[in-house]
Ligand binder design. Sequence first.
Ligand code: SF4
Ligand code: SF4
Length: 294
Amino acid sequence: MIVPSCIRDFALEAGFDDAGATHAHRLDEDAQRLEAWLRKGCEGSMQYMAENFEKRVNPEALVPGTKTVVCAVLSYYKHNPQPQGAPYIALSGLSERDYHEVVKQKLLRLEHSLIAEYGPAVVNNDYQHLFCDSAPVLERAWARECGLGWIGKNRQFIHPTLGSYVHLGILFLNEALVPDEPTPAAANRCADCNLCLRACPTKAIREDGMDARRCVSYLTIERKEPLPDEHKDKPYMGLYGCDNCQRVCPYNSDLTPDRHPELSANPLFAQMTAQDWQATSRRQKSKLLRRLAK
Ligand code: SF4
Ligand code: SF4
C-alpha cells in the first residue's frame, strides 16, 4: 500500500513542483463531457481525440491492473524574450528542450524511487505506464482528481500557486493507496471571473466548453489543413499558439519564472525578428518549434 505523502516527497526529489495521487477509477463525468464535445465536432482535425475512447477515460482499459494514478506538475512559466513585432510563440513552445522528454525523465526518476521503496511490482512493465501528452490520457482531469487544482473556463488546468503554465506528467501504479478513501478533488475557483472569455480573440471559449476549431493554438499547432480565410492575416495569428487566455488569468499574475533551467527559453528566439522569421523556411521553423500546423 502506498502513502500519498511519500509520492509527493519522491516527486519533489525527482524535480517536480507538486504531485498528488488518487485511486484509479473511470472518469464518468469527463467521459460525458468528451462525448458531447466530440458530437459537436469541436475536435476539428484532431480525430485521435475520438479514438481509444474507453482507454482515454478508464485507466483499467489502458493499463490493466492500475490501482493508483499519480499526477506530477512542472512549471514552465517564463518571460517571453521575443523582440517586439516577432510572430508570437506561446510560452510552452519557447523552451529550449522538448518538454515531453524533460517530464518523462523526471517521471522515470519518480518511478525508480517508488520501485526502491515498494518493489518492482508497483508498476506494470508489460504496458507503457508513464505519460506526458503521449497517450489517450486525460491529464488535466487526473490533476483535478488528484486534488492539485481545477480545470478553468479556458480549459487549462490551474494550480492554485503554480498557475496554468504547467506541464503534467502521469504515472499509473499497480499498488493501491492508503487510506482507502478517494482523494478529494480540488474545487473550481474561477467563480464569476470571465477574463479569459473576454480575452480570447476568436471566441473559442464558450460557456459550454472550448471550440478547438477556433482556438489559435489548434490553428497554428494541430490543424492539418490550410488556415480558414476568416483567420488569415489576422493580428492574433502568431507562429505557435496563443497565451491570451492564460495571460489574463488572475492565477497567473504572480508566478516565479524559470523554475527549471531545462525549460528556459531558447536564446535564439530572443534574436529572431519578424524579418528573420519571414526568411526562415517552413522546415526550419518546424524544427525550431518541433510541431507546427500546415
Ligand atoms: S489559446 Fe488563444 S485562441 Fe485559444 S482559447 Fe485561449 S485565448 Fe482563445
Ligand atoms: S481567467 Fe478567470 S475564468 Fe478564466 S480560467 Fe482564469 S480564473 Fe477562470
